[in-house]
Write a protein that binds this ligand. Structure first.
Ligand code: HEM
Ligand code: HEM
Length: 162
């Protein structure tokens, strides 16, 4: 049976990963500059922020796999009853798209950075738009649930049900 709420670990992982992903976007300039330097056969500047992108991005991958394992083992609460089948479908699609991106973006990043793979580089740079789109849909959905449908949805990603 589906649990009543998310566990403390699931909630912590959700917000740690959200912060890490936002940081990947806000602080991406140094890794782009390093990648451009390598493409132009120049010596790249490997600053702390470049390392942060590589390590933070790899951590997102590891934490996403952990979250998927938790979903399988413990499960997640059912979507709110008030939600129409259309919105439920959209919510499921958005969650799985976000998971897919949390796995494929780091993998393409690693293949681009360590393997110099041009296709992976192209995918990495362009799939950021998909992530931004689903992120926007996710946040709009959460706010719509909270303030229009008044299902208190955001609360269950803030604290456990105990
Ligand atoms: C979910 C995790 C990640 C996110 C959200 C992310 C996001 C981004 C973003 C927004 C850019 C800037 C793209 C642009 O506008 O040009 C970028 C560039 C880059 N990222 Fe990531 N990244 C992630 C993980 C990784 C990992 C694990 C690596 C491995 C080293 C990596 C390597 C790179 C490289 C090499 C670039 C420069 C690409 C280029 O400009 O040619 N990324 N990333
Ligand atoms: C890039 C950042 C984010 C990612 C990748 C993300 C991803 C996810 C995923 C995959 C789920 C499904 C539950 C799970 O498996 O843990 C979820 C649930 C949730 N997220 Fe996010 N999220 C992000 C940011 C946010 C933000 C900024 C908010 C605040 C508005 C938010 C609010 C929620 C809520 C309320 C739920 C629970 C939905 C439900 O129980 O049906 N998320 N998120």
């Amino acid at each position: 049976m589906a649990p009543k709420g998310y566990s403390r670990t699931q909630i912590a992982l959700h917000w740690v990963v959200a912060v890490l992903i936002i940081a990947q976007f806000v602080l991406h300039d140094p890794i782009v500059a390093a990648s451009d330097a390598i493409k132009n056969a120049e010596v790249p500047v490997i600053s702390a922020l470049v390392m942060f992108h590589v390590i933070g991005g790899s951590l997102i991958l590891a934490l996403a796999v952990w979250r998927l394992a938790l979903r399988k083992k413990r499960g997640v609460p059912a979507l709110p009853e008030k939600e129409s089948p259309l919105l439920k479908g959209l919510a499921h699609l958005t969650h799985y798209a976000l998971y897919t991106l949390m796995i494929v973006l780091p993998l393409t990043g690693l293949a681009a950075w360590f393997g110099g793979n041009a296709t992976a580089d192209f995918l990495h740079v362009n799939m950021k738009f998909l992530l931004l789109g689903f992120f926007a849909l996710h946040v709009i959905g959460a706010l719509y649930q909270q303030y229009v449908l008044k299902t208190g949805l955001i609360n269950r990603m803030m604290r456990t049900d105990k």
